[in-house]
Design a protein around this ligand. Sequence first.
Ligand SMILES: *Cc1c(COP(=O)(O)O)cnc(C)c1O
Length: 211
Amino acid sequence: MINLQKLIDEIKSLNEKVALVAVSKNVTSNEVKELYSQGQRIFGENRVQELGKKNAELSDFDDIKWHMIGRLQNNKINQLVSLRPALWQSCDSFERAYEVNKRLNFKLETLLQINSANEDTKQGVTIESAGEIYLRIKEECPNIILKGIMSIGAHSDDIRDIQKSFEKSYKIFESLNAHGAKICSMGMSSDFRLAVKCGSNMIRLGSLLYI
Ligand SMILES: *Cc1c(COP(=O)(O)O)cnc(C)c1O
């Protein structure tokens, strides 16, 4: 397990205002507890079922903030809603937002996921449609409270491709500032330093934390 404070010091030296989401999808509740004891409070899961399992196992740790960061199937929406995550980072279309909105009886803070490198393997709205969809969700889905955007860097060995994808996402984030966008969630274990340089203020780290 990593020394969390050392990592946080490094992240803060890049930008004072970056929030760290500890992605726990590949580890057990024991690792979550260990990071918790080092002060970590925000955790991310990419599957609703696993989020529910850890949420139950860790019910004593009631100040943990769970973020949903993975693809949400329509048949899992009810379960996600019942878990009341602190942030749904992976809203990937207007239709998904609409379906979730229908089932909500509270306000759910949400990020619009952008597929900035236009990859078939990734969820999210296109760069071209992101602004319009963001505004449509705001207008038609009153229980979805959009707080910003989330994006995964381009899947490439060329750092310039990754940087370009972050820059594109950041531009959309900037253009949505006037509409209340505050969170720009970009960067994972392999590319978080670059993401922060490109303006990310929320990074999602998994594998790096557990080596
Ligand atoms: C798994 C995952 C992460 C963390 O990835 P690492 O490379 O392990 O840091 C971040 N974001 C999303 C959406 C993920 O699915």
